[in-house]
Write a protein that binds this ligand. Structure first.
Ligand code: SER
Length: 612
């Protein structure tokens, strides 16, 4: 069954069981500075798993684009990918094990058509804090129609036994892994995984005997039901959450692999067309070229989603990961003699094509995606020969020092991991620690240099910038009036030429909506409303309806700007803000919206300029 069909069936299956589909979170979580990427479906649900009521109810589901960078170096074999879609369903204190486990099994066997004899399950064996998950064992015995006792899998695999028990390293889930690694406040719980048996032969490289959690590729985990019930406390104990939750996640691509019985994940339908395109430009087929094709497919697909979500290659944070993905794809195309320059257009077209019905943003952004990737590859190619010369000068026992490594990274844009990969083949040593130190020193210097720049999103304090800053507040409020109160500021950047405002909204704005927003802002400018600044207690200000930019950490007392006749009762806009602003809105003169575009899924961007 094709991946798109599996996704549709999942949503329908859980929809029929009372679940509502929540909007996907962006690939880069907008209000979570603790993590670079969305790496699981539950990430956006943490407050609700902890007990806050969710506006859409207690049974939720979605298909969430995720990125996990820790697997980047593994990509190239037949099963590792960095970007994937996670099918998810949640019970927020509603149903529990006896519904969840049979439902997922029914979905796999009845909806997707997987053969029950190819499926195996694992449950938590228990430890000093949390007992063995006997309840799941009982439910699974009934579902799998087996009386065989659950047993430990690590000592081998016996096909007649369907239920295996493992410890916390395999059957406990939290965002930080095992219980000992969880920080206070983190939530987690025991889980139950389902594995598909591809019936391939065991590779002894991965151990003497094969078992469900063996990494040889015979068994692949296709779904994980986490029984999210505990919160770690400061004294290392576990407090039960106010409700018992189910947090289920299953990799769409893996379920598709099982359904299409393709142990090579890059053979599933999502990749087929792009893969064929690349294979046509492989000069000599070899293990390296097979590996390179997989790396290109995985990395470019991830890059495509990141660029579509508004990211550009850069030397830090998400931009750095994006740069690394594109450059790694380009490097491997060179190593394996794959003509990426002439095929990239079609590869991106085919990859976008696989999602055309589910992510219209990709279609809208396809041109920008291609251009961004192309530019980055060109930059990389220019620097490749320069960087290569440096590495080659050390061949046969030399060491690339930390400063040289940082120079390669900073000047030529070489990711250090990539230099290591080059260098290792040529027996050149690399000083990774020295690199970290050189990087830290550089960051320190640039932090001091840029201190004060772009404070509050303002490039300077010129009259135009200040006018556009007040106009931004009016725009924020106007967007909420016209589109709804779900609109929230996601970012702002103002220069003397234009304002740029990012906000949450699921769809492209129509021409009519843009015109209405512009009219409201200009009307408020015409009314020449006074702008007041007050200093208020944070909680009181929030209660009074002041808007805050949730990416910021505010102190107990906050500076608030109110636009309206009376800051206590009659105002149009009220926001936490450090200023500066015009004295009254008439001073702005007027504005014109010049562009509206997507930034990430669920986030739009507006550009506007002064216009009287
Ligand atoms: N949170 C679990 C996971 O990411 C299940 O959704 O695997």
């Amino acid at each position: 069954m094709q991946a798109n069909e599996i996704r549709t069936r999942f949503i329908k299956f859980f929809g029929m069981r009372g679940h509502r589909e929540i909007p996907k979170a962006p690939l880069v979580p907008p209000n979570d500075p603790t993590t670079l990427f969305t790496s699981s479906g539950m990430q956006q649900l943490v407050p609700f798993l902890k007990g806050e009521p969710h506006p859409m109810g207690r049974r939720l589901m979605d298909s969430q684009p995720c990125f996990r960078s820790e697997d980047i170096d593994e990509v190239g074999d037949n099963r590792h990918i960095t970007f994937f879609e996670m099918l998810g369903n949640w019970s927020l204190g509603d149903y529990f094990k006896k519904e969840q486990l049979p439902w997922f099994f029914e979905f796999l066997t009845e909806e997707i058509g997987l053969k029950p004899e190819r499926l195996y399950v694992t449950v938590f064996e228990g430890d000093a804090v949390v007992p063995k998950d006997e309840e799941s064992v009982t439910v699974w015995k009934k579902v799998l129609k087996t009386n065989a006792p659950a047993r430990k899998g690590a000592d081998g695999f016996e096909p007649t036994i369907k239920i295996y028990t493992y410890g916390a390293d395999k059957n406990w889930w939290s965002r930080s892994g095992i219980p000992a690694n969880m920080p206070p406040g983190e939530i987690g719980g025991p889980d139950s995984e389902v594995f598909y048996d591809f019936q391939t032969s065991h590779d002894p490289k991965f151990g003497r005997v094969c078992h469900l959690n063996c990494n040889c590729g015979r068994f692949v985990e296709i779904g994980n039901s986490v029984f999210m019930q505990y919160e770690k406390q400061a004294d290392d104990s576990f407090k039960p959450l106010p409700q018992k939750n189910v947090d289920f996640g299953g990799g769409l691509e893996r379920i598709a692999s099982a359904s299409q019985n393709q142990p090579d994940i890059f053979n599933i339908d999502i990749f087929t067309e792009a893969r064929k395109t690349l294979e046509k430009v492989v000069v000599v087929s070899s293990p390296e070229s097979i590996r390179a094709v997989r790396i290109i497919l995985d990395h470019l697909r991830a890059a495509m989603f990141m660029v579509s979500d508004g990211f550009e290659p850069a030397n830090k944070l998400q931009g750095y990961v994006l740069r690394r993905l594109i450059r790694r794809a380009a490097l491997h195309s060179k190593i394996a003699d794959i003509d990426l320059d002439n095929s990239i257009n079609l590869v991106i077209d085919k990859l976008c094509g696989s999602y055309i019905t589910v992510d219209p943003n990709l279609g809208e952004n396809q041109g920008r995606i291609l251009e961004t990737i192309r530019i980055e590859i060109t930059k990389f190619e220019k620097t490749l020969s320069q960087g290569m010369k440096k590495v080659l000068s050390k061949v046969g026992g030399g060491t690339i020092t930390g400063t040289e490594l940082f120079d390669l990274y900073q000047t030529y844009g070489y990711p250090p991991e990539l230099v290591k990969e080059l260098a290792a083949q040529k027996r050149v040593m690399v000083d990774g620690k020295g690199f970290e130190e050189a990087k830290r020193q550089h960051q320190e210097t640039s932090r001091t240099a840029t201190k004060g720049l772009f404070k509050g999103g303002l490039a300077d304090k010129s009259d135009e910038t200040v006018k556009l800053h007040t106009a931004t507040h009016l725009l924020h409020k106007a967007l909420r009036e016209i589109l709804g109160n779900h609109v929230r500021q996601e970012g702002s950047n103002i220069t003397a030429e234009r304002l740029r405002f990012d906000f949450s909204h699921p769809r492209k704005l129509s021409g009519e909506e843009i015109a209405k927003v512009e009219t409201v802002v200009n009307q408020k400018i015409k009314e020449d409303l006074p702008v007041h600044r007050t200093v208020e207690e944070k909680d009181k200000a929030l209660k009074s309806g002041a808007l805050a930019f949730f990416k910021e950490n505010y102190p107990a007392m906050v500076s608030v700007y109110t636009i309206g006749k009376d800051p206590a009762k009659e105002w149009f806009s009220k926001e936490f803000c450090g200023g500066p602003h015009v004295k009254s809105t008439g001073g702005i003169g007027g504005i014109r919206i010049i562009k509206e575009q997507p930034v990430q899924s669920g986030i739009r961007r507006i550009y506007a300029e002064l216009h009287s």
